[in-house]
Design a binder for this molecule. Structure first.
Ligand code: F6P
Length: 363
């Protein structure tokens, strides 16, 4: 280990997800044991913009393995090179990297551990350009981060969405209804695909495969004809109609990534009911998918990621993101990952398996 290492910072950026605390613990514990001071940065990059950091001691990072959320707080709006502030009723974007770099210098942080998704890694890439030492850890329920096969938090979200899809089965079958459940995932279909496959959903809609209402209706009618008087549809929030229409719930102008998706489930349920006469209902699972205690898989993965991130620090490998590829821990330059989205490829095994058991993708 580099002898001169004195102090590191840790931040959790973007949307929260289960397993963040497990990573904080896995980075901070060995650091403290090696005599390195650990500063917890509050609310993601916002803590560096506003100089809100606090010392983390062993007691602060003990007993947090199983807790959801993040003891540091998070923020999915504070990108140092594109930070929105309201001026005279309008949102104006500023580059506040100077302030961030000043905080890092004032607090004498040798390296900043950034635990986050693509937005956080893009922010990190912009800081690397300005000479900051960063080590990244991949988080997101969406599992859409480039260069890693898996992000922590995804498994817990798949578990939550699967439980919800399992539960709507009873009402669907008792009332002979079409039930459309909207799950998160942004522009990648991993969450809808995996929860749909795990729960045996009859139709899975994902952004990678544009859907047609006609095909979905045909599937529901065919099922009815074969005596299955209900249909469960798992709809990823980013699913698009063939022709390209995407469903936007609202625009959050304070965010560097302002589009908030939503509405596909209601649209599909309304269309199915109008076109087939089958009674339909829609529901949006929303943020419960980001909450709760991490699954054992996510606790293990997050701890492995944290361990490996600290190994990178020991080896002096800077500006890399920890990844899991073919079940092996490794790392890639953060710059290679920034501003990219990992979507479901056409030859994905879950997708092929779902098709093989008769699941429709609405195409
Ligand atoms: O990226 C995680 C995620 O939960 C997405 O699945 C979802 O589209 C988005 O964040 C929601 O963001 P917010 O918490 O700002 O509503």
């Amino acid at each position: 280990m580099t002898k001169s290492l004195k102090r590191i910072g840790i931040l959790t950026g973007g949307g929260d997800c289960p397993g963040l605390n497990a990573v904080i613990r896995a980075v901070a514990k060995p650091a403290i044991a090696n005599g390195i001071e650990v500063m917890g940065i509050e609310d993601g990059y916002l803590g560096l913009i506003e100089e809100r950091l606090r010392r983390l001691r062993n007691n602060d990072v003990s007993g947090i393995l199983t807790t959801g959320g993040t003891i540091l707080g998070s923020c999915n709006k504070a990108n140092p090179s594109a930070y929105s502030v309201q001026e005279n009723g309008k949102w104006v974007v500023h580059d506040v990297r100077d302030r961030v770099i000043k905080s890092i210098a004032d607090f004498e942080l040798d390296t900043v551990f950034v635990i986050g998704g693509d937005g956080t890694m893009s922010g990190a890439a912009d800081l690397i350009d300005r000479g900051v030492n960063v080590i990244g850890v991949p988080k997101t329920i969406d599992n859409d981060l480039w260069a890693t096969d898996i992000t922590f938090g995804h498994d817990t979200a798949v578990t939550t969405a699967t439980e919800a899809l399992d539960k709507v089965h009873t009402t669907a079958s008792s009332h002979h209804r079409v039930m459309v459940v909207e799950v998160m995932g942004r522009y990648a279909g991993w969450l809808a695909l995996r929860s749909g496959l795990a729960s045996g959903a009859d139709v899975i809609l994902i952004p990678e495969i544009p859907f047609s209402i006609e095909k979905i209706c045909d599937h529901c009618i065919t099922r009815s004809k074969h005596g299955k008087r209900f249909t469960i549809i798992a709809a990823g929030e980013g699913a698009t109609l063939s022709g390209g229409k995407q469903f936007v719930d609202h625009i959050d102008e304070s965010s560097p990534d302002p589009i908030r998706l939503g509405g596909v489930a209601k649209f599909v349920a309304d269309q199915v009911s109008q076109n087939t006469g089958l009674e339909s209902r829609s529901m949006v699972l929303g943020h419960i998918q980001r909450g709760g205690t991490p699954t054992p898989y996510d606790r293990i993965l997050a701890t492995q990621f944290g361990y490996y991130a600290f190994e990178l620090l020991k080896e002096g490998v800077m500006n890399h993101l920890v990844v899991m590829k073919d079940n092996k821990l490794g790392s890639v330059p953060i710059k290679d990952v920034a501003n990219k989205v990992r979507t479901v490829p056409p030859d994905n095994a879950s997708m092929l398996a779902a098709r093989c058991v008769g699941t429709s993708f609405g195409d």
